[in-house]
Ligand binder design. Structure first.
Ligand SMILES: [Zn+2]
Length: 71
């Protein structure tokens, strides 16, 4: 489930806490924000931030250790 992405931003995104799907950061140039969230259209969990790094930090915030996520 590890996918090599073009951008090498510090923190790796954790899986979606709701559906376990992969997450990604997308720059919305029209609104000058970064939407970081689940790639599954049926889930749509996301956080909005100004920078990609901030978005990744917000997305990775969760209760409990990430290792407990079932893959
Ligand atoms: Zn999800």
């Amino acid at each position: 489930m590890k996918v090599a992405k073009k951008s090498a931003v510090a923190a790796e995104l954790l899986p979606c806490p709701f559906c376990g799907g992969e997450a990604e950061s997308v720059k919305v140039t029209t609104n000058r924000v970064v939407v970081t969230g689940c790639v599954r259209s049926a889930c749509m969990a996301s956080v909005i931030s100004v920078t990609e790094v901030e978005g990744r930090q917000k997305w990775n915030l969760r209760i409990g250790p990430a290792q407990q996520v079932v893959s």
